[in-house]
Design a binder for this molecule. Structure first.
Ligand code: CO8
Length: 259
């Protein structure tokens, strides 16, 4: 792995198949400024197009996944600056490779939104979630009002977005925001293990499965099932489908070739 060209993140490949992106602005609790946005998108896009990488972990520090958009940077913006402000985060959400968020400490505002736009959310028992934008006279701007409402329902989404209060990891898990809670000391190992498991599967099958689940949040049941069925049938044109089924019947591990 070549050295990072980045200033606000670090990347590595902790185990084969897994790309790790670590937010690193410790003095600002990993506040998401434009540099972080550009670097996360660049790093994730590079992993996304790397045939050796099958899943990407996004993490922060022990104290903060990310404490939101950078308020100092935002304070200087006017209306016309905001039009394409968060395009990079939208593009991150569109990548095919699954994103696993490993959240410890604060995931507030844009930090909570970044965690929610990932596909799997592994949280340390220290994680704290919230959308406190209302305290700044704004509202969530990186999809938070929508993804939070989808994840936890109207009752809790309204409570959080209108009052700006935070919720601890247990409340977040009960509400459906979190995939798994793990002890803080195990967070990165667990998240990398989940990512490695995903990376061990057939890549085209993983992509189709991610697209199918995401479609549930964009369309109705009949359309969603129709979409799933087309993707399902498409698997029968792949070698990995034949290999996966043959391996099961021959009682051996599959050797997927992503074809
Ligand atoms: N932006 C910039 N700097 C920050 C941010 C942030 N979001 N959060 C923390 N920092 C900085 C602090 O200013 C402080 O810097 P310094 O040491 O230079 O004073 C340093 O990080 C450490 O923070 P604290 O001293 O405040 O640490 P505490 O442990 O006392 O508190 C908190 C931790 C509770 C997380 C507190 O820092 C906090 O409330 N942060 C702000 C949280 C917040 O409001 N986030 C939402 C931001 S808005 C947003 O994300 C909107 C996204 C979409 C916007 C759409 C606009 C068009």
């Amino acid at each position: 792995h070549t050295p990072d060209p980045y200033t606000s993140i670090r990347t590595e490949v902790p185990v084969p198949g897994v790309g790790l992106i670590r937010l690193e602005r410790p003095k600002a609790l990993n506040a998401l400024n434009q540099a972080v946005q550009a670097e996360v998108l660049a790093a994730a896009s590079a992993f996304d197009t790397d045939p050796e990488i099958g899943a990407i972990v996004v993490t922060g520090s022990e104290r903060a996944f990310a404490a939101g958009a950078d308020i100092a940077e935002m304070a200087a913006l006017d209306y016309s600056d905001t039009e394409r402000l968060f395009d990079g985060w939208d593009r991150l959400a569109q990548l095919g490779t699954p994103l696993v968020a490993a959240v410890s400490g604060y995931a507030l505002g844009g930090g909570c939104e970044l965690a929610m736009l990932c596909d799997v959310l592994i949280a340390a028992d220290t994680a704290v979630f919230g959308q406190p934008e209302i305290n700044l006279g704004i509202l969530p701007g990186i999809g938070g009002s929508q993804r939070l409402a989808h994840a936890v329902g109207k009752a809790k989404a309204m409570d959080l977005v209108l009052t700006g209060r935070t919720m601890d990891v247990h409340e977040a898990e009960r509400a459906g925001l979190v995939s798994r809670i793990v002890p803080a000391t195990d967070l990165l190992d667990e998240a990398v293990a989940v990512a490695a498991t995903i990376a061990s599967k057939s890549k085209p099958a993983v992509l189709a499965a991610k697209q199918a689940v995401n479609r549930a949040f964009e369309t109705g049941l009949t359309e969603g099932v129709r979409f799933e069925r087309a993707l399902f049938r498409g698997r029968f044109a792949t070698m990995d489908r034949a290999e996966g089924m043959a391996a099961f019947l021959e009682k051996r591990e599959p050797r997927f070739t992503d074809r």
